[in-house]
Design a protein around this ligand. Structure first.
Ligand code: BJW
Ligand code: ZN
Length: 245
């Protein structure tokens, strides 16, 4: 019987425009915890106390400390072969590749990908709660940092529950999915909206979808090809299959 890898490779071979949607499972094999797996962040921390605007208003130093620890952890990890393969596909020009990520760790960029839409912001970014000021050098940030331009409080440059996505990011993501010949959904539980609606848009428009995820998700029964394995080994297998053709 034809394997998921063969079916996925066949779809990729005839695609000119590939859109990739990634979630925390993509970074898991670099050593970054996911959110909702048994060892994920939300098994140890309460999202309502850390990842909402109300939590930040209540205790900004506590929230900043959590993000400081997350930034420190990022310094100990590297992109893996899967990140590098996606970046190499973009460079090789076999397809036009757009990566839409929910991840805030910057690992796609670090692997050399250029066309990356970061739906949920970035850990290495602080922005003012009142004006347009932003900074991405956060090394000497204090426990409750202020804006040098208007003295209002600075906040982590990520998207919390109940907040809108960065201006234009979702619209661009919808365009990338709509124009794609194939959507590759990697390592997301597909529970968080509006990111999860991107797969629904692909289904509605008849864009063939491949899911790479060792666990079941709400989209698993709706995708064209389902590969129930880790992202690194799967992308290595897909790369090998494409190299043969
Ligand atoms: C592997 C693997 C391996 C493991 N290889 N795979 C409609 C219905 C209900 C609720 C809502 C709705 N619309 C909006 C909402 C509210 C909310 C929401 O969706 N809640 C749901 C949880 C129900 N959404 C929002 O609030 C969003 N804003 C918004 O909608 O604004 C307008 C609005 C507001 C209010 C009401 C209505 C509309 C904003 C969402 C922001 C999410 N923020 C976070 C934190 C970012 C900052 C930080 O990092 O601290 O983003 S939450 C967290 O979840 C993070 C992630 O990006 C996001 C998605 O998680 P992801 O990536 O899918 O990770 P996991 O852990 O869930 O899954 C990992 C997967 O990997 C698993 O499936 C594993 O099996 C797999 N895996 N190893 C491949 N090796
Ligand atoms: Zn300001």
């Amino acid at each position: 019987m034809e394997s998921g890898i063969d079916k996925a490779a066949a779809l990729l071979r005839v695609s000119k425009r590939l859109t990739v949607l990634t979630g925390a499972g993509m970074s898991a094999e670099s050593g970054v915890p996911t959110f909702r797996d048994p060892d994920g962040y939300w098994s140890r921390f309460n999202p309502a106390e850390l990842a909402t605007p109300a939590a930040f208003r209540l205790d900004p130093a506590k929230v900043w400390e959590w993000y400081r620890l997350r930034r420190a952890a990022l310094r100990t990890v590297e992109p893996h072969d899967g990140h590098r393969i996606l970046a190499a596909w973009e460079k090789a020009g076999r397809f036009h590749v757009d990566i839409i990520t929910q991840n805030v760790d910057g690992l796609h960029h670090r692997a050399g990908a250029a066309r990356v839409i970061e739906l949920h912001g970035r850990l290495e970014l602080a922005r003012c709660t009142a004006c347009a000021y932003r900074r991405d050098d956060l090394d000497d940030l204090g426990p409750d940092p202020r804006c040098p331009e208007c003295s209002a409080r600075l906040r982590p440059g990520v998207v919390w529950f109940g907040e809108s996505l960065p201006e234009g990011a979702f619209d661009t993501a919808v365009e990338c999915v709509s124009a794609a010949d194939c959507l590759l959904v990697i390592g997301t539980s597909s529970l968080v909206y509006p990111a999860a609606s991107l797969s629904e848009i692909a289904f509605a428009r008849g864009v063939p979808t491949i899911e790479i995820n060792p666990s079941d998700t709400p989209i698993s029964d709706l995708v064209r090809v389902r590969i129930k394995r880790g992202c690194r080994e799967t992308l290595l297998s897909l790369e090998a299959a494409l190299a043969k053709s």
